[in-house]
Design a protein around this ligand. Structure first.
Ligand code: MUC
Ligand code: MG
Length: 365
């Protein structure tokens, strides 16, 4: 089996409402669909959500990187040779979302070729995972309403609260959420580097007082000594997300003592490098959780496959709900979250079929 064509298709899908966080705001899904076909007629897909404020990529840069740099390497290659392909892709630095989407599409092809779902190929740790919902920035009332909608409609009982603003504003939201949702739900927080070290240390204590279990990216990790002071002073683990986006970066960050747990995202490390990061962390006794890069439906399906594939990830809630913000998407069969859980698909590969009508409607010329 050889790769025949590689396409990067830019999409424009409206949002039901914007999603805000300390380092940016998303108002529409300008995701790029990566579509790889093989000479025996298989079609694999991956989704790249551009996050310029996190990785520097835009939809245009992802399309250009796939078309000009990565497609020439991929065409003619065997999709099973993911390590060789990755070595070739890594001759270009960064472009995390573009590479992540390509890796997801390759696993989709491998799964289809083997007649096995991706979570089974990865190790089949579970058939379903607990869902977590990421609550974007807003007033306490807006944030509570958002959480209640997902709790009431989908039974979700784990929530990541965006923080990183003026501390009094964030704590008002955290208090309101805890009061409304009760003590039984799991709450953790993500500041997207919005605080300085001193503020983050105070915040970590106040968050812990409200039973918030983890604090993601409290400050810029490049503030090396500040980050170490937070780790030393915080009663709750400090989680690396956008500061820990490569295998080597995760190793360095853990050894340097600037993170204590790691968020992995298929949208930036695909299945291959996510699994390597999870293995590294497992060996070190470090918790890994699956984060959400404000994914559409395809990346959501991929995240569930990763969570159900690997034991260390299946233990923790997986952030899967952000596709609910989108008014629509290009999948024929949307994800389903019931009683706070979401199941891996049983079809070969990702089991995600693209609706040709929706693709024609949402693709940019
Ligand atoms: C997160 O966990 O930080 C916000 C920006 C991005 O790239 O991912 C999100 C969520
Ligand atoms: Mg984060």
């Amino acid at each position: 089996m050889k790769i025949d064509t590689v396409e990067a298709i830019p999409l424009a899908i409206p949002y039901r409402r914007p999603f805000g966080f300390a380092s940016g705001r998303v108002t529409a899904a300008d995701h790029v669909l990566v579509q790889i076909t093989t000479d025996d007629g298989l079609v694999g897909h991956g989704e790249a959500p551009p996050r310029p404020y996190t990785y520097g990529e835009t939809a245009a840069s992802i399309v250009a990187a796939v078309r000009d740099l990565f497609a020439p390497v991929l065409v003619g290659a065997d999709p099973f040779a993911r390590e060789r392909i990755r070595a070739d892709l890594d001759r270009t630095v960064a472009n995390n979302a573009a590479k992540g989407a390509i890796d997801v599409a390759l696993w989709d092809l491998v799964g289809q070729a083997c007649g096995q779902p991706v979570h089974v190929l990865l190790g089949h740790a579970a058939d379903d995972v607990r869902a977590a919902h990421m609550i974007g920035l807003g007033t306490p009332e807006e944030m509570v309403a958002d959480a209640c909608e997902v709790r009431d409609d989908h039974g979700v009982d784990a929530f990541k609260i965006k923080v990183g603003r003026e501390l009094g504003v964030d704590m008002a939201a955290v208090r309101a959420l805890r009061a409304e949702l009760g003590d039984a739900v799991e709450l953790y927080a993500d500041a997207n580097r919005g605080w300085d070290a001193d503020t983050a240390i105070v915040a970590s204590r106040r968050l812990a007082d409200h039973g918030v279990s983890m604090l993601e990216e409290p400050n810029p990790a490049a503030d090396v000594l500040g980050r170490r002071r937070i780790v030393a002073a915080s009663p709750i683990p400090v989680v690396g997300d956008e500061s820990t986006i490569t295998l080597g970066g995760v190793a360095r960050s853990l050894l340097d003592g600037d993170t204590e747990a790691i968020s992995v995202k298929v949208a930036r490390t695909g299945f291959t490098d996510s699994a390597k990061i999870v293995g590294l962390c497992e060996g070190l006794g470090v918790t890994t959780v699956i984060g959400n890069q404000i994914d559409g439906m395809l990346s959501t399906v991929a995240s569930v496959a990763l969570g159900c594939g690997l034991r260390a990830l299946a233990r923790h809630p997986v952030e899967v709900t952000n596709y609910l913000l989108m008014a629509d998407d290009v999948l024929a069969d949307p994800p389903v979250i019931v009683d706070g859980r979401i199941s891996a698909r049983q079809e070969p590969g990702l089991g995600a079929t693209i609706d040709p009508g929706k693709l024609a409607h949402y693709r940019l010329a």
